[in-house]
Write a protein that binds this ligand. Structure first.
Ligand SMILES: *Cc1c(COP(=O)(O)O)cnc(C)c1O
Length: 351
């Protein structure tokens, strides 16, 4: 039996991490300037570093992954055109309709239980030149890892086939790589291999990498120049943002390889839950740092389980009436996960 830690075990998201001492020191020491004038050396360094890591000409630092996605999709999809994506994609479900509200982008979706690319479905939907009546497809968006699909990794051969299909149809590929670092650490495939198969790519620093704020959009020099104009137009230009960029650079130096620990913790947690809930609830495999629990309709509802877990110091996300999500990160250890596994198994079994 595990023991209750003396702190909350917060598995709601990997966004809840707080900057470490080392990261705070890097932020305090950052060289800064006015980034709207292009004079912040630390922002420039972060943008250059991420562009190089992703094998792209340029990158732009933004306040959130949602803004990075908004700008990225806008650079490849005109108002009134559509982007194809999986039904539970972050761009379709978790950005408050921003792509439609701000830029007039519509979406059409395929469905996959783990959020993966479905080549047949995409081929059937692709309509690059749909004429005077129907919506024309300008891009396909891929989320890697797929958040609501359970942190699933998109297989490279499928991505290569999608690249060929998209190029032949003359449509762009957007990669929502908020957790691309996790995909890379889990598979050993370098991030640039994934990024090269897309035209515009977004990555987050404030998820598993543990920075307090920040994401980037990367692509061709032309796409990024346009994204920079729109970032300012939307009021999201920032001045001495180098204090935040310094946290991002620190995260790239120190927090990528350690994602393997988060994956190991998620796997251990998924194993405990699968054993203890055998036949009672379906637990996802934890390919990376996310575990999804599907509760049976006969058992307790997800909000009730979450409430019981909270009473014992474990916080989890409720994704639906019978679905819970647990995300491991920098600020939870093996003992924390052992406790969380015990608490959740009990809460679900005893309903
Ligand atoms: C978290 C996340 C984002 C960006 O979220 P912000 O909270 O706006 O930074 C984008 N895509 C996916 C798949 C995510 O999980």
């Amino acid at each position: 039996m595990s023991r209750q830690p003396d702190h909350l075990v917060d598995l709601r998201s990997d966004t809840v991490t707080k900057p470490t001492e080392g990261m705070r020191r890097a932020m305090a020491q950052a060289e800064v300037g006015d980034d709207v004038y292009g004079e912040d050396p630390t922002c420039r360094a972060l943008e250059d570093r991420v562009a190089e890591l992703l094998g792209k000409e340029a990158a732009l630092f933004t306040v959130s992954g949602s803004l990075a996605n908004l700008l990225a999709v806008h650079t490849v999809v005109q108002p009134g055109q559509e982007v194809l994506c999986e039904a539970r994609a972050h761009i379709a479900r978790a950005e408050l309709g921003g792509h439609a509200a701000v830029f007039g982008v519509t979406t059409r979706t395929w469905s996959h239980p783990r959020g993966l690319v479905d080549l047949d479905a995409i081929e059937a939907m692709l309509a690059p030149d749909a004429g005077p009546h129907f919506v024309s497809t300008a891009a396909v968006s891929v989320e890697n890892t797929h958040n609501l699909g359970g942190g699933s990794v998109q297989p490279v051969p499928t991505l290569r086939a999608l690249r060929t299909m998209a190029t032949q149809a003359g449509v762009a590929i957007h990669l929502d790589g908020a957790r691309l670092w996790n995909a890379s650490v889990a598979t050993g495939v370098p991030v640039h291999v994934y990024a090269e198969l897309a035209d515009v790519v977004t990555v987050c620093l404030s998820k598993g990498l543990g920075a307090p704020v920040g994401s980037l959009v990367a692509g061709s020099a032309r796409h990024i120049a346009e994204a920079r104009v729109w970032r300012k137009r939307l009021g999201a230009g920032w001045r001495q943002a180098g204090v935040l960029a310094a946290a991002g650079l620190y995260a790239l130096d120190h927090h990528i390889e350690r994602l393997a620990e988060d994956h190991a913790h998620a796997q251990a947690l998924a194993r405990t839950l699968a054993e203890r809930l055998d036949g009672v609830a379906a637990v996802s495999d934890a390919e990376t740092n996310i575990v999804v629990i599907d509760l049976p309709s006969s058992g307790p509802a997800a909000p009730k389980v979450a409430e019981r877990a909270r009473a014992e110091g474990v916080l989890v996300s409720v994704l639906g009436p019978s679905t819970l999500r647990l995300v491991t990160h920098l600020d939870v250890g093996a003992d924390d996960c052992a406790w969380a596994g015990d608490v959740l198994a009990r809460a679900i079994r005893e309903g």
